[in-house]
Design a protein around this ligand. Structure first.
Ligand code: ATP
Ligand code: MG
Length: 448
């Protein structure tokens, strides 16, 4: 008694402070039901695409030892220099990194498990990647990629295959307005000759280089070509082109790739400035770009990375792959209005009047589900029986084709009501023993 009096007189106990709201990490998004159905649809298309070309799924951990990316991506890259979430595991002192991309991890796994022992592999992955970038439209700190890796193949037909795959994906999804740019980075000797010419050129134009580029001049001059600095564009345009340094073998690889693409009606443009942000590429590189997403217009990119497997400690083997940003393609699908209406939650919504009607409602739902029908049973938020009117509203909002109603009358006569919610609005009464036949008939006749 005295306790409760104390409670009332103590303002803090009477009005305890409301717990502060918790929020997610900046740049890392929740995917909510309003959008998740688009992602599920896209994921189904991606899995089916991979299957169409004989690619198998691989899932690597989100955390890797930091060395995997230092070696796999290269130290003088945007990702390694400034975008990685790296930290020390305080429990054992290990240096770990949240994966910023998929290729290094996939190659690490292939080497570790000797996956190429009996020949080449065609693999794909879907999952989250992490980069500490400034969050903006199309650029997040946790984002998702679908990626393809074809390991152990050297011929240009595989470069072509993975590009054809991406073209097929856009066609399957119905997205338009993506343009393909390709380039060849040649082999190491050719790149070295080009690099020497490039350094010479940049040194004579040193006054025009920004701070980033001056630093890169010594470490990775090729990356200067990637600059987005408008005041450097003119100078960069006139720099020596790698393509002019390619030997016969590299040119023939590039020519064969183009021939296969043309024969399959894939439209592309050669962009001699395309170098890609990662260190491990050689020969073919490509990007799919749109003008409809503002500054973040690169939807997918990839290329050949023949030196990587050896660099990651494996037996030398050629490889190529590509990765697509899922957020950007979802954004494009929305932009182009090719996303169907929100998918329905169920085929049948079951209404009941509480009490003893709950049991037949729950049993009917399970019988229908066993036959492949998607069913939701009404559940009230407060434990009280909702009025049929309010249940009917929920049924309608669920997108169900039919409402199945079990009230007191139905309970007594061992029957149920089936109401067409989408077309006629008609409602019929049936005996419970005919449940499956009647519901399935109704669904089938409505889809005709
Ligand atoms: P960008 O030039 O836009 O930074 P990138 O060259 O760093 O792209 P890749 O490493 O080639 O990108 O990754 C492949 C794809 O992943 C990109 O084409 C893009 O669609 C997507 N992507 C990359 N970084 C992000 C990010 N921070 N947020 C969302 N999507 C991203
Ligand atoms: Mg980037």
């Amino acid at each position: 008694m005295s306790d409760s009096k104390e409670n009332i007189s103590d303002p803090i106990k009477k009005n305890p402070p409301k717990p502060a709201k918790l929020v997610g990490v900046k740049g890392m998004n929740d995917l909510l039901p309003a959008d998740s159905f688009i992602w599920e649809k896209l994921e189904r298309s991606l899995i089916s695409l991979a299957k169409t070309y004989g690619y198998q799924n691989i899932r690597t951990p989100i955390l890797e030892n930091t060395g995997v990316f230092l070696r796999g991506i290269g130290e003088v890259t945007d990702i390694v220099e400034k975008e990685m979430y790296s930290f020390e595991d305080r429990l054992n002192g290990e240096q770990l990194t949240l994966r910023p991309e998929g290729t290094a991890s996939v190659v690490r796994a292939c080497v570790e498990h000797n996956l190429l022992y009996d020949g080449p592999r065609r693999l794909y992955y879907i999952g989250p990647m992490f980069r500490h970038e400034r969050p903006q439209r199309g650029r997040y700190r946790q984002f998702h990629q679908f990626g393809i890796e074809a390991l152990g193949f050297s011929g240009p037909e595989i470069d072509a295959e993975i590009i054809l795959m991406s073209q097929r994906l856009w066609d399957d999804l119905g997205v338009s307005g993506l343009r393909l740019e390709i380039n060849s980075l040649g082999n190491e000797v050719e790149r070295l000759a080009h690099r020497t010419a490039l350094v010479e050129y940049f040194e004579t134009n040193q006054a025009l280089l920004d701070e980033d580029s001056l630093r890169r001049l010594k470490l990775n001059p090729l990356r200067i070509l990637d600059t987005k600095n408008p005041s450097m564009q003119d100078m960069v345009e006139k720099a020596p082109r790698l393509i002019d340094f390619l030997g016969e073998e590299s040119l023939s690889h590039f020519d064969q790739l183009q021939e296969i693409l043309k024969a399959n009606n894939v439209v592309f443009k050669i962009n001699p400035r395309l170098v890609r942000g990662l260190d491990y590429y050689n020969l073919t590189v490509f990007e799919w770009i749109t003008d409809q997403l503002g500054a973040q217009g690169t939807v997918a990119g990839g290329g050949r990375y023949d030196p990587l497997i050896e660099r990651m400690g494996g037996k030398p083997a050629p490889a190529c792959g590509w990765a697509m940003g899922i957020e950007r393609i979802v954004e494009l699908m929305k932009e182009q209005d090719i996303v169907e209406d929100r998918s329905t939650q169920c085929d049948v919504y079951v209404l009941h009047s509480g009490g003893k009607t709950v049991v037949p409602a729950m049993v009917s739902a399970e019988v229908l589900r066993s036959a492949g029908v998607d069913v939701m049973v009404h559940a009230s938020p407060d434990g009280k029986v909702s009025s049929f009117k309010s249940q009917m509203k929920k049924a309608d909002a669920s997108g169900a084709l039919f409402a199945l109603i079990i009230g007191e009358n139905e309970l007594e006569t061992n029957s149920f009501l089936l109401k067409d919610l989408r077309k006629s609005g008609d409602q019929f009464s049936y005996q419970m023993e005919d449940l499956l036949d009647k519901v399935i008939d109704a669904i089938v006749s409505q889809s005709d």
